[in-house]
Ligand binder design. Structure first.
Ligand code: BES
Ligand code: MN
Ligand code: ZN
Length: 479
């Protein structure tokens, strides 16, 4: 499907429908219509008592060149923001899909980037494994035109949305398709296509580099772990930023095996990694003046005969020792090495994304990511970016020294589980142990929002691609 700018007249449009974004009580956008059509519309709007309320759709058959007009409410004019446009656009495109319309013209758009994102993300579907599609002759929506849409904003919207869709597609792939080895091949292919540098380290390299924490988590699986490093380097970079993603291609829990209900959906434990790949794809297209590194520790947490065990003591890349209390707290163990490696790159800042703890979902619910940072300005900038992209985040503390004692070990430097209470915080504190002194760092616990149980806004049941646009927005507005 494509989104394009449409510069012709509205009354001459030849597609299937016209979609108007209508602020509450303000129908002035309809003045663009031919008088007779406008009259018909006004009559129906009155009869239906449609006011332009947020998220409401009114469909009016026209039987003209175009078959229907949709009016999508965007609520009070003063409070219309990007997120409202994103949702309204998804409502529009989903109605088109339902009506089997191919082409539509969206009118009243003044935030093109958000509209393009809403259209593309709202239209998304993961049906590649259905040999019989839900609707056999369904071709789907082919083109959305934005009336007098700004070309540059449309370009940006496409890059942002397509990066998020790229991440969704990868996360939705199951563990029998994406494992650490195939994930590393996907990363290589992406890098090749986009002109990025990509280094993949195998299980031998990983051990030689001293990344025994990542290695240990991966060794219970018959598919060995991989460490992936992708680099975008412009001529004269102003900054160096590292994005780190948790890349558990499947998390069975290991020897501390998860009960069936909890193991279900654990293919999404690679969401952070896939977000990093999506970000790198977009970075290659956006070409910012920043050096950007993407790091992924890919492993499968399985209870095989050579699996790591509770009680094991492992030396991480930075020399710190980790006592294993619970093999299901594996993400932080893999990230220990990846964050150490990231710190060795001496970047200006590190942002990691990880489906790290169920505790974060208990704290914040499924729709909000936990934000942790050792730097207030970085945290504030991420919160600012989050308001623009609609990806909810909420900062949690790292300064509770009594809570920090919970990850102290009797036999090693740290233990990989701090127990139930404050579980998202102690996990973040554990990560902090592996971030180099003086490096700005933010951790996003995306366990909740990485996956959706149902369709809502511009999300479908399944992977959401959370974090991709957030990081890109941060990158573009802070460099
Ligand atoms: N991948 C899980 C966290 C998770 C849970 C992500 C639900 C998405 C949805 C993580 O590896 C895990 O198992 N965490 C444990 C930690 C505990 C053993 C200390 C958890 O949250 O229960
Ligand atoms: Mn786990
Ligand atoms: Zn996990």
């Amino acid at each position: 499907m494509d989104v394009v700018s449409y510069k012709g007249g509205i009354n001459e449009y030849e597609g299937d429908c016209l979609v108007f974004f209508v602020p509450e009580g303000d129908f002035s956008v309809l003045d663009l219509l031919r008088e007779d059509n406008k009259k018909i519309l006004k009559r129906i709007i009155e009869a239906e008592n449609f006011k332009g309320e947020k998220d409401k759709l009114l469909k009016i058959p026209l039987g003209d060149k175009v078959k229907s007009v949709y009016l999508v409410g965007v609520g009070k004019k003063e409070s219309v923001d990007e997120e409202i446009y994103r949702r309204a656009s998804a409502i529009g495109v989903r109605q088109m899909k339902k009506d089997k319309y191919r082409r539509g013209l969206f009118i009243g758009v003044d935030k093109e980037r958000a509209v393009v994102e809403g259209v593309l993300l709202g239209n998304y579907e993961f049906d590649k494994y259905k040999t019989k599609k839900d609707n056999e002759n369904k071709k789907g929506v082919e083109e959305v035109g934005l009336y007098e849409g700004d070309e540059e904003n449309i370009r940006l919207g496409k890059i942002f949305a397509e990066a998020q869709i790229y991440a969704r597609n990868l996360v939705n792939e199951p563990g029998n398709v994406i494992n650490p080895v195939t994930l590393s091949e996907i990363a290589k292919k992406l890098a090749e296509e986009k002109g990025l540098e990509c280094k993949v380290y195998d299980e031998k390299d990983i051990q030689e580099m001293g990344m025994l924490a990542l290695y240990s988590v991966g060794k219970g699986s018959s598919t060995p772990p991989r460490f992936i490093h992708i680099i975008y380097k412009p001529e004269k970079p102003k900054k160096k930023i590292v994005f780190v993603g948790k890349g558990l291609t499947f998390d069975s829990g290991g020897l501390n095996i998860k009960p069936g209900d909890y193991m279900r959906t654990m293919k999404i434990d690679k969401s952070g990694a896939c977000a990093v790949l999506g970000i790198m794809k977009a970075v290659a297209e956006l070409k910012p003046d920043v050096e950007v590194h993407g790091l992924i520790g890919a492993a499968e947490n399985m209870p095989g005969g050579s699996a790591y065990r509770p009680d094991d003591i492992i030396r991480a890349k930075n020399g710190k020792t980790i006592e294993i209390d619970n093999t299901d707290a594996e993400g932080r163990v893999t990230l220990a090495d990846v964050l150490s490696y990231a710190s060795d790159l001496k970047p200006d800042l590190i942002i990691d994304m990880a489906t790290l703890t169920g505790a974060c979902m208990v704290a914040l619910g499924e729709y909000t990511a936990g934000l942790f940072s050792n730097d207030d300005e970085l945290a504030r900038s991420l919160e600012e970016a989050s308001r623009k992209t609609g990806e909810r985040i909420w900062r949690l503390p790292l300064d509770d020294e009594r809570l920090r004692k919970k990850i102290k070990s009797n036999v090693a430097d740290v233990v990989n589980s701090g127990g139930r209470y404050g579980g998202a915080i102690t996990a973040a504190m554990f990560l902090q142990e592996f971030v180099g002194e003086g490096i700005k760092w933010a951790h996003l616990d995306i366990a909740g929002p990485a996956y959706s149980k149902e369709d809502f806004f511009y999300y479908q049941k399944g992977a959401t691609g959370f974090g991709v646009r957030l990081c890109l927005e941060y990158l573009l507005s802070n460099t």
